[in-house]
Design a protein around this ligand. Sequence first.
Ligand code: M6R
Length: 366
Amino acid sequence: EKSGYAHFMLKEIHEQTRSLQKTFAGKLAELEGNVRLTELKLTDEQIRNINRVEIIACGTSWNAGLFGKYLLETLAGMHTDVSAASEFRYRDPVMDENVLTIAITQSGETADTLAAIRNVVQYESSTIAITNVVGSTITREAENVVYTHAGPEIGVAATKTFTAQLIALYLLAIYMGRKRNYLLPDEAKDVIKALKELPGHVQQVLNQRDQIRKNAAQYADCRDYYFIGRGLNYPAALEAALKLKEISYIHAEGYAAGELKHGPLALLEKGTPVVAIVTKNRTYAKMLSNIKEVKARGAEVIAVADERDREIGKYADLVIFVPATNPLLSPVLSSVALQLLAYYTALEKGCEIDKPRNLAKSVTVE
Ligand code: M6R
């Protein structure tokens, strides 16, 4: 079943060249600069009236949700909040019928996410579930369902279902942005074009696995690992840290790079690896300053950078290059590269990768 791969996780990482395409198949209307989401039952009036989006999810899906916040703000101009489902369900959230709730859950069976969406029913507002499992419980609780179609995921660590969730969120953000006349057709076309190129770009990242494996081996004995990024690269940093801690048992933290000097900088020592996601976007110069701050404390910087970046080698100790693409899409590529880094680190340490200790594939208890 592993098709020659040593672990399901490695197989599933490699499947991303095809799974991403399955998420957007039949949904892109490139010439019109739009996407088709015929599964959504929301009327145009309901979409126009949405005054806020509340995303609820757990774990990796929560990281995807944070990503969704940035996308819905940028592409659709929609005020978006993201809540851990385990917090949302015990809070007193301020909701009304014009709040759109999006529940993200790969399995569709996570107890807290189900409880949170059940709490929302009282507001008689619209709900959308983003899930990978056809007929899962969440599909009966939410009014609308967007399937990610990534195929079954066996490894406990979410990989291809995470990137599929990101694709679903691009689709949703473009759809909302166009319906609300916030996003111009040409702007949508740029993103759609980059989406179509993504599978090929993912393949280019996978082709660097031997190099990433060597990089991983170099730091596999570390006690701590830090991942930093800004903008969309921030949720990518959080997800990379979660992946590493989950399967390699190394203490890892993801941080918004600007937050470093508000505490975590105190933890850096000589040789501590800091992965900086520094692909070209409007925060590039700020990221370079963060890298300098980190280097000044003796930490070692592994940069994830744009292949066209000729400068980065002067700042970082190691560089993992990802193909140049639309800045909104590059975190998908960085995430694939960092899934490989986590995988090869755990492999080097001899961990039980597909079934990490204390964890279950779907968390059906609270
Ligand atoms: O099935 P879900 O997406 O609702 O699962 C949520 C989390 O339990 C899950 O993402 C968990 O964090 C993964 N093991 C991360 O790799």
